[in-house]
Ligand binder design. Structure first.
Ligand code: G3I
Length: 305
């Protein structure tokens, strides 16, 4: 195989990219996406502020554009994300507990119903835990007003809305074994023990010199898989360049391939110039869509040439 998507498919995995609707009209962007990737994640278009900017009023057109593009190309779609403290419209934060619960469940239900049958995996809840050593929940309107039970409630509502979509919990700085990933692990173990519907855990995998690929990355993916959930690498980017960056990318891909329940990898953008990181070169393609050494390392780790 000579593309990322085809090489990953030979290993039984998808290889995806975060996509922005406003770049789809750029010929080289679309050509690279269509040639290389088998899955897409809308980078911003399925967030709450984009889909329900005012209460009960939904605007699906930008997200629909990405889903339509993906369908036309035979790509699967990751839904990102239903319940998150960021990119949350102001009206949500102003609700009292009872209205907030209703609004959260309505948002999940409306969005998942709109996309029923079109989304492979949903990030039902994103980034609900604090950084640092506490293992505590992050303060958010959901956490502060609804308490710890909001995550369970969101997953139960999601399952009722679309029983075929895989339901994921997604977070960052949980890529290695640490206090934060231990807290997520404890939650997932509890959910599985009590029959709370959860199918997958997403490891964002935003790496940089201060937060390099952890040496226990594969072991961490494996311990979650051993709980009976799939694991996915959901937002991969690695700050760096040249062979060092390539080596890191290769290690990430090999870690996923070594874990049978690691079902796919998504990179958080296509060319460096569209990365969310305002400076740096964290992706697989340069600004002119040339393949970087990191691309070659990924393709080769996937068994392609
Ligand atoms: O849409 C507005 C536009 O109308 C306005 O003119 C422009 C001016 O700043 O801003 C636009 O919104 C920006 C939006 O991206 C769409 O381009 C926001 O300012 C900007 O903050 C937002 O950044 C996104 C970020 O999430 C916000 O939290 C990044 O593109 C996106 O890559 C990033 O993705 C997150 C994942 O969802 C969750 N994990 C971390 C990851 C990286 O931060």
């Amino acid at each position: 195989a000579d593309t990322l998507g085809d090489a990953a498919a030979e290993k039984g995995r998808y290889f995806g990219a975060a996509v922005a609707a406003n770049h789809l009209g750029e010929a080289q962007y679309a050509a690279t996406l269509n040639r290389e990737f088998s899955s897409v994640t809308p980078e911003n278009e399925m967030k709450w502020d984009a889909l329900e900017p005012s209460r009960g009023s939904f605007s699906f057109s930008r997200a629909d554009q990405i889903v339509g593009h993906a369908k036309g190309q035979g790509m699967s779609v990751r839904g990102h994300t239903l319940v998150w403290h960021s990119q949350l419209p102001g009206w949500v934060s102003q609700l009292g507990a009872s209205d907030l619960r209703t609004a959260m469940n309505n948002h999940i239900t409306q969005v998942m119903t709109h996309y029923k049958g079109e989304i492979h995996s949903w990030d039902v809840v994103n980034e609900a835990f604090q950084d640092g050593g506490s293992g505590a929940r992050r303060s958010s309107p959901f956490q502060d007003k609804l308490g710890d039970g909001f995550i369970e409630e969101a997953f139960r509502t999601a399952r009722a809305a679309d029983s075929n979509a895989k339901l994921c919990y997604n977070d960052y700085n949980t890529d290695g074994v640490n206090a934060k990933s231990n807290a997520v692990y404890t939650m997932v173990r509890d959910f599985k023990a009590r029959g709370v519907p959860i199918d997958c855990v997403g490891f964002q995998s935003h790496f940089n010199p201060n937060s390099p690929v952890p040496s226990d990355y594969q072991a961490n993916l494996q311990r979650f898989a051993d709980l009976g959930v799939d694991v996915q690498i959901t937002e991969l980017d690695i700050e760096g360049s040249g062979q060092a960056q390539a080596a890191d990318y290769g290690n990430v891909v090999r870690a996923c391939l070594a874990v049978s329940r690691c079902t796919g990898i998504t990179v958080w953008g296509i060319p460096d110039k569209y990365s969310w990181r305002s400076s740096g070169t964290p992706l697989l393609f340069d600004d002119n869509y040339n393949k970087k050494p990191a691309y070659d390392a990924v393709l080769s780790a996937l068994g392609g040439t």
